[in-house]
Ligand binder design. Structure first.
Ligand SMILES: Cc1ncc(C[n+]2csc(CCOP(=O)(O)OP(=O)(O)O)c2C)c(N)n1
Ligand SMILES: [Mg+2]
Length: 789
């Protein structure tokens, strides 16, 4: 069932010096106590105002206390970065507290407002958290892409390379391996020859609901090995190894090796008596085993039988310190969920909390006096001075800030408008980026693009032709060398500035998250741009949310979009993504119609993603070529484009009607506006570049008691005037505009999808063509009249 510890490493064990081991063992005990107490305090001792369970995971925390103690107090170097499994948040906070990087007040408010967070959070817990976790699997995948980002910077010498690279480390729950994104990431990592990556798996063989299947065993290590990883299995601790070495001891090893996960867990829960009864039954014929049983009282037998290597400090330290190269390494550390707590091993322990009596017993066991619960060294059998001294010497303790302040990248005052009297926003994007790629602007050096196998079809081609594809090794463009004509150069090198990914949108967002944190993580800013088809945002939505939650900064270009991709459409049509853009915190979304708008917005985005209080930016672009306005954009108009809307055709003061459009439906809106002008003179045509920014500003301005952009624009109309909104997206994206100034609104848009056709047919079928707009205008005017009368 396992390979031994040495099996994966081919290196002899070295005992950790006694003093260090004693300190780490004492701190491990303290970490277990503090994490458990923190949760207990939050659930039982703080006033509960709403009757809701507070929760926290005592069992998940106990499972990983040894591994994390070893890492944080001994193994980690300042440049290493860690993603901690979400449910070990209390352990993480306890460790930071002992290191002097977390306050007692925050621990006392664990899971309370402003307190230590339920799940480690970069943005809410601050400095100490390298990667947020919470949605299982994503933090693990994130470390892989962070390692790629580090390679990208180091191979280009964009960061100092005198110090060794940081190791990107995930402390993963074993059930996290059920998440598909893990496998997507593994495959991508293999393709990119990823290095400096450790995944430490807390192999407690339990997930949330139950004990995991035995059949899984043997698959995990094979899978990692297939991807070129080293696998180090930590199964048995020193006590068990010593027992196995006794006469007949190998029978005990064989028995445990063959023991189903569920039975092992149940016996852990039952304790010494349970083990004794079972081992008597199964192994009584071996005199050596009988002696082992006789030599152990119930407590000692429980200690022996639960002595898995993931709880054996010496074994854990050995395993970590034995890895000295940069090969990705997976540590499979056998542990017990709830180790050392009364519900250890119980299959229902995931959300289990110790009750008051159990806590009282645990406190006695830990020798912590009442009112000394938060004391850093209470109940430990080493003097406080010795532990203080030890903690001061921990590599992470005195190291500088974990987050770098990276210098800003200069953005030119304007970007040239892509030429062309008729073009799509997608074409404009390709030209804009191609032009930047051809320039020697500082900006161009820091842009890095990435795409999940849609580089060419999202129009990143011109940029890639200029800047090349990133790879650790130089790889020739074979088609070019063979003189086969192709518009696309595909040579790879460490200088390349495009990271080509396989088709896995979740990987795209994790890669953007990692590149978008290059500044704080590694000290040099990158300006990442990721492209994908708009509908496939949904495929990676949780990873996108994850990237935004960490405040990673990137530009997302989603194209083609909507039903406007028409004949190519059908299942590829996107409907609800603008609502995602509207609702996603830390992401400003835009849907420009014209190339000159995009040039303004693209420039703004490069600044916005670098602003302290800025955010990431999402552009929803289209493949539909449309006639471009002949105009120059003055600063006022540029400001309005960024703010989200401007009058393309000014309404007369007190006008009775306006049509508000967004994105690729501009030609239909223009046609309808022209037609309606005969009946409703002075009707306005509002160009909306960002429903998201308008909406955000509307609410923010209201709360400040100011007049919002949308209110100011709509104030040109007669109060209660008719308003038609239209876009190639769900009508709810703009229907809220009716509430801004009380207009009689008819929101048009798409609320069904899935049919191919050309634009005239589809716009008619889904009700966003000029006739539909005219019809809506008539209805809105009628309503407005009725309300007026
Ligand atoms: C994406 C996602 N789905 C579901 C959950 C709910 N959930 C929280 S923990 C957990 C099981 C975790 O098991 P494991 O990773 O083995 O952690 P441990 O046993 O160490 O608690 C689940 C399903 C989640 N946090 N994220
Ligand atoms: Mg588990």
């Amino acid at each position: 069932m396992l390979r031994t510890l040495e099996g994966g490493l081919g290196r002899k064990r070295q005992a950790a010096p006694d003093d260090k081991l004693a300190c780490l063992t004492a701190l491990e005990r303290k970490v277990l106590w503090l994490s458990t107490w923190m949760i207990h305090n939050a659930n039982h001792l703080r006033p509960n105002r709403d009757g809701l369970k507070v929760g926290g995971h005592q069992a998940s925390s106990a499972s990983v206390a040894t591994l994390m103690t070893a890492l944080y107090f001994d193994v980690l170097r300042p440049q290493d970065r860690v993603a901690v499994k979400p449910h070990a948040s209390p352990v993480f906070h306890a460790i930071q507290y002992l290191l002097g990087h977390q306050t007692r007040a925050k621990l006392e408010r664990f899971r309370g407002f402003g307190g230590a967070q339920s799940y480690p959070s970069r943005s809410k817990d601050g400095e100490t958290v390298d990667f947020s976790t919470g949605s299982v699997g994503l933090g693990v995948g994130m470390t892989l892409f962070a390692s790629l980002a580090q390679d990208y910077l180091r191979l280009k010498r964009l960061v100092p390379t005198d110090d060794p690279p940081g190791r990107m480390i995930a402390l993963a729950g074993d059930a996290e391996l059920d998440e598909g994104n893990i496998f997507e990431a593994l495959l991508e990592g293999w393709k990119h020859d990823v290095r400096n990556l450790w995944w430490v798996i807390d192999y407690n063989r339990q997930s949330l609901d139950a004990v995991v299947s035995d059949r899984l065993f043997g698959r995990i290590d094979a899978m990692f090995e297939m991807m070129g990883w080293r696998v180090v299995t930590l199964k048995y601790g020193r006590l068990l190894e010593a027992a196995f070495a006794r006469p007949d001891g190998h029978h005990l090893r064989e028995w445990i090796d063959a023991c189903p996960n569920s039975l092992y867990s149940a016996l852990v829960y039952k304790g010494g008596e349970g083990w004794r009864e079972r081992l008597h039954r199964d192994l009584n014929r071996y005199p050596g085993i009988r002696t082992i049983l006789d030599d152990h009282d119930d407590a000692a037998l429980q200690r022996l039988m639960t002595n898995l290597a993931g709880h054996d400090m010496d074994s854990v330290l050995d395993a970590f310190h034995a890895v000295e190269d940069d090969r990705p390494t997976c540590f499979i550390a056998y542990t017990i969920k709830g180790y050392g707590l009364p519900f250890a091993g119980h299959k229902d322990n995931h959300a289990g909390l110790m009750n008051l009596d159990q806590m009282a017993a645990f406190r006695r066991n830990m020798a912590v006096a009442e009112s000394a619960e938060w004391e850093r060294f209470a109940g430990l059998d080493l003097p406080a001075e010795r532990l203080t001294e030890f903690l001061e010497g921990v590599p992470l303790a005195g190291s500088g800030p974990r987050r770098h302040d990276a210098a800003a990248v200069a953005v030119p005052p304007s970007l040239p408008v892509p030429r062309g009297t008729r073009q799509s926003t997608q074409e404009a994007f390709g030209r804009l980026l191609g032009d930047i790629g051809a320039s020697d602007a500082a900006l161009a050096e820091r842009i890095v693009t990435t795409s999940p196998d849609v580089t060419v079809s999202t129009n990143l081609g011109p940029w890639v032709n200029r800047r090349g594809i990133f790879d650790r090794a130089e790889r020739a463009d074979t088609f070019r060398e063979e003189h086969v004509v192709s518009a696309q150069r595909w040579a790879m090198s460490p200088q390349g500035q495009h990271i080509e990914l396989g088709i896995a949108e979740s990987n795209l967002f994790l890669q953007l998250a990692a590149l978008g944190l290059a500044g704080p993580l590694f000290g040099t800013r990158l300006l990442p741009i990721g492209t994908l088809y708009d509908p496939f945002i949904k495929r990676g939505l949780d990873a996108l949310n994850y990237a935004c939650y960490q405040d990673a900064r990137f530009i997302l270009v989603a194209t083609p979009s909507g039903i406007t991709l028409a004949p190519e459409g059908g299942a590829h049509q996107s409907v609800g993504e603008p609502l995602t853009g509207l609702a996603q915190p830390e992401l400003a979304s835009f849907e420009p119609a014209y190339a000159d708008e995009l040039a303004v917005l693209q420039r703004w985005a490069f600044e916005e993603i670098q602003r302290e209080e800025g955010q990431s930016v999402y552009f929803r672009l289209s493949t539909r070529p449309i006639d471009q306005p002949r105009r120059t954009i003055d600063p006022d108009l540029a400001e309005a484009i960024v703010a989200g809307a401007y009058w393309l055709r000014e309404p007369a003061e007190g006008a009775e009607l306006a049509i508000a459009y967004c994105g690729a439906v501009a030609p239909e809106a223009l046609d309808a506006h022209q037609a309606v002008a005969e009946d409703v003179p002075g009707a306005g045509l509002l160009a909306i570049t960002s429903p998201d920014r308008l909406h955000h500003d509307w609410r923010a301005a209201r709360s400040r008691g100011e007049i919002s952009v949308a209110e100011r624009l709509l104030a040109r109309l007669r109060p209660g005037a008719a308003l038609v909104t239209v876009g190639d997206f769900h009508p709810a994206t703009l229907s809220w505009l009716g509430a801004v100034a009380g207009n009689a609104i008819v929101p048009l848009g798409v609320d069904r999808f899935g049919q191919s056709g050309d634009i005239p047919d589809l716009y008619r079928a889904y009700g966003i063509d000029s006739d539909a707009i005219l019809d809506a205008a008539a209805r809105a005017c009628l309503t407005a009249l009725r309300q007026k009368g």
